[in-house]
Design a protein around this ligand. Sequence first.
Ligand SMILES: Cc1cc2nc3c(=O)[nH]c(=O)nc-3n(C[C@H](O)[C@H](O)[C@H](O)COP(=O)(O)O)c2cc1C
Length: 257
Amino acid sequence: MREWIKNREMMKSHFDSSAFAEEDSDQTRGVEPPQIEIESPAGAEVIALPEPDTATLTEPGISRCILGRKSRRKYTGKSLSLKELSYMLWATQGVKKTISAYRNTGRVTLRIVPSAGARHPFETYLAVNNIAGLKPGVYRYSALNHNLVSLFPVTDLQEKLTAAAVGQSFTGDAPVVFLWACKPYLGEWRYKGESHKAMLLDAGHVCQNLYLAAESLGLGTVAIAAYSQEKVDELLKLDGNDEFVVYLAPVGKVENG
Ligand SMILES: Cc1cc2nc3c(=O)[nH]c(=O)nc-3n(C[C@H](O)[C@H](O)[C@H](O)COP(=O)(O)O)c2cc1C
């Protein structure tokens, strides 16, 4: 059997599967739920974001955004604003509500996007090249607080982004790259071996909302799954086991569609 054929089993994981039935989930065993999001490192600079302008998506009309959506890989050299960034972060991971006891799962968030069991297993990192008011470097979005945590600068960020995206230079050239890192235990705690497929499905919703939000702002994006796992995790200083990138997307201003 070809080595990769076994990946099909993960694609077929389902909830009446006997594969994991014998084993209790950590949730069933009464293990404390994992934290919703990673706390800011002590002393990290926190950048307030403008309130997302929720009228934006209604502006060009949702149908026009759905219809006009396409993958856009050519960006002008122009910077993006914090207002645009704020809107895209809200549209991809924004929290609508936190609930303190949801199906015995402790505190969970309900967000702009759906997520199996409201696990929301992602952190959003931003590799910032050219956003007005932000120093270039790596940032993490706090969805709970709707602000940005400044993590660290990166020398040769553009080159490293391009290398991480296996030579797709429009990634390094973009004013900002969204990178979604999965924390697998958030799903595993509740759904054990059935969680992995669901977490990847969750990521699709997030990126689709980025496409639509970018479209409504006159910006362009493209989903990227062709990347070097090692290089991208190293760039963000992730351990590659309890947290690793599953998807990324550069965003920039575009000439007419
Ligand atoms: C899961 C996924 C991964 C993708 N990875 C890449 C990628 O690494 N590089 C790229 O240029 N486009 C990538 N794309 C964009 C597709 O190539 C694009 O969606 C497809 O060609 C259809 O074009 P459209 O998005 O303009 O409709 C990806 C899209 C998806 C959904």
